[in-house]
Design a protein around this ligand. Structure first.
Ligand code: NAP
Length: 258
């Protein structure tokens, strides 16, 4: 539907889950894609698989978003490989459980360092090439958790995902003169490796609370990222878009299965 074949895309946290789904959609569309994460082995093997999907090149790049130097190094590698960068999908994030009564300063810092500072550092590292692109795009992966909903054990995570939206609104204004748009996707419960770790009971309970009856797939998020990266979405900026199968709509569990 959209022509993304001339785009170069960096996906942080692209080795697994939602990031891998986003990278898959761009690779299928013929974009050049850099799959990045902390594990070099995983980024290399995922890149080799995705490279088979489309006409563009897919490479793996090691990147720790909580380290500004690592972000700068990775972006340099991507720009050297592709000759520029048009799209940053700032997707890397973690969601370890910690209740307020036992959360340590270290647990809080880790979530904020990766989810909040990591978002800011990765966008900062991409500013020059995104500006040079003339059609630069930043697509953040936030969440319904924090901006819209709450869930016991994830107060620090919810704060981090809401913080991404606060960042986005001012970044969208600051970057508009550079023709760089900044938008956020708010996934509901998406069946990823990270979520599988939460256990079958959690997943079954979540599915029952979703009007469309199932968890989403990483590809569902990739499709919105692809749209936001397209020429057709050039006039959309500073927006937070929920992709959740209707999960945030019911007033009570009875509203889903009346
Ligand atoms: P996942 O399956 O656990 O994958 C996380 C990815 O991020 C991996 O590639 C991981 O690779 C990478 N990563 C983690 N820390 C990193 C760091 N410091 N620097 C660079 N890469 C890092 O998680 P997911 O479920 O796909 O979640 C991805 C994003 O979607 C997160 O921002 C999350 O908050 C958001 N989200 C997920 C859901 C859901 O239902 N799954 C719902 C709403 C929002 P390495 O460990 O090798 O670095």
């Amino acid at each position: 539907m959209f022509d993304l074949s001339t785009r170069s895309v960096l996906v942080t946290g692209g080795s697994k889950g939602i990031g891998r789904g986003i990278a898959t959609v761009f690779a299928r569309a013929g974009a050049n894609v850099a799959v990045s994460a902390r594990s070099s082995d995983e980024t290399s093997s995922v890149a080799a698989e995705l490279d088979q999907l489309g006409s563009g090149n897919v490479i793996g790049v090691r990147l720790d978003v909580s380290d500004p130097g690592s972000c700068a190094d990775a972006v340099r590698i991507v720009v050297d490989a592709f000759g520029g960068l048009d799209v940053l999908c700032a997707n890397a994030g973690i969601f370890p459980e910690a209740r307020l009564d036992s959360m340590t300063p270290e647990q809080l810092s880790e979530v904020l360092d990766i989810n909040v500072k990591g978002t800011v550092y990765s966008v900062q590292a991409c500013l020059d090439p995104l500006t040079a692109s003339g059609r630069g795009r930043v697509v953040l992966t936030s969440s319904i958790t924090g901006p819209v909903t709450g869930y016991p054990g994830w107060s620090h995570y919810g704060a981090s995902k809401a913080a991404q939206l606060g960042f986005m609104r001012t970044a969208a204004i600051e970057l508009a003169p550079r023709r760089v748009t900044v938008n956020a996707i708010l996934p509901g419960n998406i069946l990823t490796e990270g979520l599988v770790d939460m256990g079958e009971e959690y997943i079954a309970g979540m599915a029952r609370s979703i009007p469309l009856g199932t968890l989403g797939s990483p590809i569902d998020i990739g499709h919105l990222a692809a749209f936001l990266a397209s020429d057709e979405a050039a006039y959309i900026t500073g927006q937070a878009i929920v992709v959740d199968g209707g999960q945030v709509l019911p007033e009570s569990p009875e509203a889903v299965n009346p």
